[in-house]
Design a protein around this ligand. Structure first.
Ligand code: EPZ
Length: 435
C-alpha cells in the first residue's frame, strides 16, 4: 500500500493552479448519459473517483475516451440500465446514476452505495424525491430490505427502480442534500412536465451541473426562494464543458499555507465560492488578497467557534483541514460539525502528532499547542487524509501517512502541488520512494 513521507516545519512559498472540481465532475459525467453524441468534459481531474465513474460509463455501453485532461463520453450506443461491480459500491456518487438512468432508460438497477467513515449516508431523500416523479422501487427485488429500511434509505443489496411514466412533480427535500438535489435534477430534465425542487442544495457543484445541462438545452432556473424549477425537454444535445476549479482542493491548500506560514498564490481560485472560509481565515489573522495570495505569520489566532453547514455555510469538507490548522493556533478553538455524524476521525490521528483535541458530541474543542511533531498516522477518509498532510507539513520532524488511496480519490497529485510550494513530500509505493 502507498504512503506519504513528509519532512515538515517549513513555510510554503510559491504559486499553483488547482485541478478541476471532483464534485462537479461526478454528476456531470453521469449526466452525459442523458442524450446522444459525444460530450467533452475538459479540465477533468485524474482522480480515482473519476476513473471509477468512467468504468461505470463503459459498463453501461458508453464510448469513453480520455485525452489529457479531457474526457469524452458518447452514450449513443448505450443500452444497459443496470450497474454493479466494485466501482459502483466504492464511490458514493454512483447513486447519481439512479436519476440519470431513470432519465434516459426509465429504469435503473444499482447497488446501494453504502456508507463510509464519515457517516451512514442514507439515500432516503433521493428515493422520496424520485417517487414524486413517478418512480417505483420494487421491494421484492431488494431481498435484504424491508419497507422501514427502504424508507430510511439505509439498506443493503440492490436498488431496483422503474418509472413507466417519468413526470414532473413538486419535491420538498427535508434538508438541502447535494446528492438528492442532483438526482432529482437528472431525472427531471427529460421528464414529462414541470418539476420544482424546494429546499434544493445551493453548492457551486449543483449550479455547475445545471449550467452543463442548460448548455445542452435543458430548461432549469433557480428561483428566489432557492428552489429549482425544471421544464422537461425531449432531448439534450452534446456539448463541451470545462470544469471549474475544485473549491475544496483550493481551500485545503489555503489552509495549508495558513498552517505553515509563508506566502502562497492560487492562480485559479474560484471566485465567490470560499467566502465562509475566507471569513474564518481572516479571523485567524491570515491575509488573503483579491488575486488569491495568502500570507500568514505564525502563530495563527484561534477561532472561537466555526459551524459547518450546507452552502453558503462553512463547508464540511474543509472541517478536518481547519481542525489541523487550529491545532497550533494561539488559544482555544471550537468546531461544530452539523452535516455528517462521524466526521471527527482525524482528531485521533492529530493527537498522535501532539494535538490537544477533545470531542463532545458534534463539537470539537481544540487547545492550541506551540507545534505538532512528526509521527506515523493513518488517513481515516479523503479530507481527513488531506488534513494530515497539512499537519505534517507544519509539524517539526518527519511524518508517514498511510492510506494514500483515500487522498488519491480527490487530489490529483498532492505531492506535485505541495512540492510546487517548496514542501519536502514523497509518495512511497510499496516501500520504494517515487518522484
Ligand atoms: C456531497 O455528498 C459531496 N460529495 C460530499 O463531499 C460533501 O461532503 C456533501 O455533499 C456535503 O456538502 C459529492 O458531491 C460527490 P448530502 P452527498 O446528501 O451528496 C444526509 C468529499 O469529500 N442525507 O448533502 O452524499 C447525509 O447523511 C465528499 O468530496 C440523508 O440523511 O451529501 C449527510 O449527513 C464527502 N439522506 C447530509 O445529509 C439522504 O438521502 C448531507 O449529505 C441524503 C443525505
Amino acid at each position: 500500500m502507498a504512503c506519504l513521507e513528509i519532512a515538515g516545519g517549513r513555510p510554503l512559498y510559491g504559486e499553483l493552479t488547482v485541478q478541476g472540481s471532483k464534485n462537479a465532475a461526478l454528476p456531470i459525467l453521469a449526466a452525459c448519459i442523458l442524450g446522444d453524441g459525444p460530450c467533452r468534459i475538459e479540465n477533468c481531474p485524474r482522480i480515482q473517483d473519476v476513473e471509477d465513474t468512467v468504468s461505470i460509463l463503459k459498463m453501461l455501453g458508453c464510448r469513453v475516451e480520455r485525452t489529457g485532461q479531457t474526457v469524452s463520453v458518447d452514450a449513443s450506443r448505450m443500452e444497459k440500465d443496470s450497474i454493479d461491480g466494485p466501482e459502483a459500491i466504492r464511490i458514493r456518487s454512483s447513486v447519481l446514476f439512479l436519476g440519470a438512468l431513470l432519465g434516459r432508460m426509465g429504469k435503473a438497477t444499482l447497488p446501494h452505495p453504502g456508507g463510509c467513515a464519515i457517516g451512514s449516508r442514507p439515500i432516503d431523500l433521493h428515493l422520496k424525491a424520485l417517487q414524486k416523479l413517478g418512480v417505483r422501487f420494487d421491494m421484492q427485488e431488494n431481498a435484504h430490505s424491508d419497507a422501514h429500511n427502504l424508507t430510511a434509505g439505509v439498506f443493503h443489496g440492490k436498488i431496483c427502480a422503474r418509472a413507466d411514466h417519468l413526470h414532473g412533480g413538486s419535491v420538498t427535500l427535508a434538508m438541502p442534500s447535494v446528492g438528492a438535489t442532483e438526482n432529482a435534477i437528472l431525472a427531471a430534465v427529460c421528464a414529462d412536465g414541470v418539476t420544482v425542487i424546494h429546499r434544493a442544495a445551493m453548492e457551486p457543484e449543483v449550479e455547475e451541473l445545471c449550467d452543463f445541462l442548460r448548455a445542452r438545452g435543458a430548461r432549469i432556473s433557480r428561483e428566489e426562494d432557492r428552489s429549482i424549477r425544471i421544464h422537461g425537454v425531449k432531448t439534450l444535445s452534446p456539448v463541451r464543458h470545462r470544469l471549474r476549479a475544485d473549491r475544496i482542493v483550493a481551500g485545503s491548500y489555503l489552509l495549508a499555507a495558513a498552517s505553515c506560514g509563508g506566502c502562497v498564490c492560487i492562480r485559479n481560485l474560484p471566485s465567490g465560492q470560499l467566502d465562509a472560509l475566507y471569513a474564518v481565515l481572516r479571523g485567524m489573522g491570515v491575509v488573503i488578497d483579491a488575486d488569491g495570495t495568502v500570507r500568514a505569520d505564525l502563530p495563527l489566532k484561534a477561532a472561537e467557534e466555526v459551524v459547518t453547514a450546507p452552502y453558503p455555510g462553512f463547508p464540511t469538507d474543509l472541517q478536518s483541514p481547519l481542525m489541523a490548522a487550529l491545532c497550533t493556533a494561539g488559544g482555544e478553538s471550537r468546531i461544530r460539525e452539523t452535516v455528517f455524524e462521524n466526521r471527527f476521525l482525524t482528531a485521533v490521528q492529530l493527537r498522535n502528532m501532539g494535538a490537544r483535541i477533545e470531542i463532545k458530541g458534534e463539537t470539537a474543542r481544540i487547545e492550541g499547542v506551540a507545534r505538532l511533531h512528526g509521527a506515523a498516522v493513518n488517513a481515516p477518509d479523503l479530507r481527513g487524509g488531506a488534513a494530515l498532510v497539512q499537519a505534517a507539513l507544519a509539524a517539526a520532524g518527519r511524518t508517514t501517512i498511510y492510506g494514500y488511496e483515500y487522498i488519491a480519490r480527490g487530489y490529483e497529485d498532492i505531492c506535485r502541488d505541495y512540492r510546487a510550494l517548496g514542501a519536502e513530500i514523497h509518495l512511497m509505493e510499496n516501500n520504494s520512494s517515487e518522484g
